[in-house]
Design a protein. Structure first.
Length: 268
């Protein structure tokens, strides 16, 4: 059977995977958000102001979503340029995603994993060079975020609140921006880079810390490094602040499921 014809969107999707660490990208949600960033360079401070015209997004449950991207990974898989697998978010991907994260269309506690095969780089030849550069820049600048983090970041940056998401579900992105202009609050308060890196460090260590200290304790991090542990989150916050001269960037709660912290100094 003849392999599907590779499209312009396919080349951009492939470039996003190739630009990821180890040529492996975790999560359809993350893939969608990286390409949304690349397609909206002005909003995300990329070096080229011209948006990518071939990517069309709608408002969806995890934020901006492009159906063509979802179909693209199917074509790339069928053409044997990428491997597509699923991974459990609470076991094999600690530090890569948050425990319990639900990826776009993957199922509970599962996420898609995309890995470029040998020679896949050749298939990006012929794509618009400016578009490829935007994808590479987006991946370099924001590709270190986990799927849940980049979803949170993108939705905050464009002002897409849960209420607006529900109200405009399925609406083309350009129409949403136009109709919701009076309600949009672009660049909602965003967590700091130190917060996100500390959250990742907590997720990498969480299971080991549960084994060592048991459940029910709080763990504090600063700049991605563990700086304290205790049974009271407020007391821990105060103790770390007094000892180090600065508040912790992240406090996580030790349990088997894992939860996101609610104590995080945010960037203005």
């Amino acid at each position: 059977m003849q392999a599907p014809k590779i499209t312009e969107v396919d080349r951009l999707v492939l470039q996003a995977i190739l630009s990821s660490q180890g040529r492996k990208l975790y999560g359809l949600t993350k893939l969608q958000k990286l390409l949304f960033i690349a397609a909206h360079p002005k909003e995300f401070g990329l070096s080229i102001a011209r948006p990518i015209g071939s990517l069309k997004f709608v408002v969806y449950k995890h934020g901006p979503f492009c159906e063509d991207v979802y179909r693209s990974v199917e074509r790339l898989d069928a053409a044997n340029w990428i491997d597509v697998t699923k991974s459990q978010t609470d076991r094999s991907t600690e530090g890569v995603v948050e425990p319990g994260f639900e990826d776009e269309r993957a199922g509970p506690r599962l996420l898609y994993v995309y890995e470029a095969k040998q020679g896949a780089q050749e298939e990006t030849v012929g794509a618009n060079e400016h578009d490829l550069r935007l994808v590479k820049e987006a991946a370099k600048k924001w590709g270190w975020l986990t799927p849940g983090q980049i979803e949170d970041f993108v939705n905050r940056r464009v002002g897409l609140t849960p209420e607006l998401k529900e109200q405009f579900m399925g609406c083309p992105w350009e129409d949403f921006v136009r109709f919701a202009a009076k309600d949009l609050k672009p660049r909602l308060s965003e967590p700091t880079e130190a917060y996100w890196r500390s959250e990742q460090a907590f997720n990498r260590e969480r299971r080991q810390l549960v084994r060592e200290h048991g459940e029910g304790q709080f763990v504090a991090y600063a700049e991605g490094r563990r700086v304290g542990i205790g049974r009271d989150d407020v007391a821990l916050f105060d103790e770390v602040t007094k000892r180090t001269g600065a508040p912790p960037d992240f406090i996580g709660y030790l349990n088997e499921a894992g939860i996101r912290s609610v104590m995080a100094p945010a960037a203005g």
